[in-house]
Design a protein around this ligand. Structure first.
Ligand code: PEP
Length: 255
């Protein structure tokens, strides 16, 4: 049975002071929600403070990126070893990293390997761009990303995948529940071919892209979709709490 999962990607938002305030606003309410795994991914500069704030709670911490080397002369980078003292999760292959910072599948693959080697669970993002969708290439793109990003990696169950169509991220134009569910099923089938059926059945696959408290139910109602990676709406405490509440509640009914 796959447990529901919701992660908030704060991206490059919140100062350290604002981040602590946001956690304080949500902490008790999120902590009380049973039936969904809850993960906050604030900026690097807030990880230490938020790690302390979350001690003793049921809320987990994730980073938004990392480098693949463990230490050394890589000015400005953060290593998996550093993160593993603070976090359980790390978002990798986010489309903003792929497109603004030139991260190739080869780099993403090195990062996935480094995260797993350092007891961090990757939240691996895959998804097609608008032109690729319009050219009917969604499945080709996803297949290429999944194959390349997991190249040389033995089947593992300690990771999460997020299907994030690039055209839906931060645009207010979410995919439909049906579209998302169909592509997520395609990802699961691709994983079954790459690894095996049993691992593919166990891995959690999320939808991400303009998820809000008003549309989360449409995604979560599909048994193929195990939760959400939430960007903009995770910066509003009421919205994020409501997204997690609805996920736990609906997934408790829809098996
Ligand atoms: C994201 O950053 O992963 C994301 C899905 O953003 P948004 O919810 O704002 O579209």
């Amino acid at each position: 049975m796959r447990s529901p999962f919701v992660a908030g990607n704060w991206k490059m938002n919140t100062t350290a002071t604002e981040a602590e305030k946001l956690v304080l606003e949500m902490l008790d309410k999120l902590d009380r929600i049973k039936g969904a795994e809850k993960v906050l991914c604030p900026p690097f500069v807030s990880l230490v403070a938020i790690n302390m704030m979350l001690q003793g709670s049921s809320i987990k911490l994730g980073a938004q990126n990392m480098y693949f080397e463990t230490e050394g002369a890589y000015t400005g980078e953060i290593s998996p070893v550093m993160l593993s003292e603070l976090c359980e999760f790390v978002i990798l292959g986010h489309s903003e990293r792929r497109w603004y910072f030139g991260e190739t599948d080869e780099i993403v693959n090195k990062k996935v390997k480094a995260a797993l080697a350092n007891r961090l669970q990757p939240i691996l993002c895959v998804g097609e761009r608008l032109a690729e969708k319009e050219a009917g290439k969604t499945e080709d793109v996803i297949n290429r990303q999944v194959t390349a990003d997991f190249k040389g990696i033995e089947p593992v169950s300690n990771l999460v995948i997020a299907y994030e169509p690039v055209w839906a991220i931060g645009t207010g134009k979410a995919a439909s529940g049906e579209q998302a569910a169909a592509t997520i099923q395609f990802i699961r089938d691709a994983l079954a071919k790459l690894w095996n059926k049993s691992i593919a059945q166990d891995l959690r696959i999320l939808y991400g892209g303009s998820v809000t408290s008003a549309n989360i139910a449409e995604f979560i109602a599909h048994p193929e979709i195990d939760g959400a990676l939430v960007g903009g709406a995770s910066l509003k405490s009421e919205d994020f709490v409501s997204i997690v509440e609805q996920t736990a509640e609906i997934k408790g009914r829809v098996k």
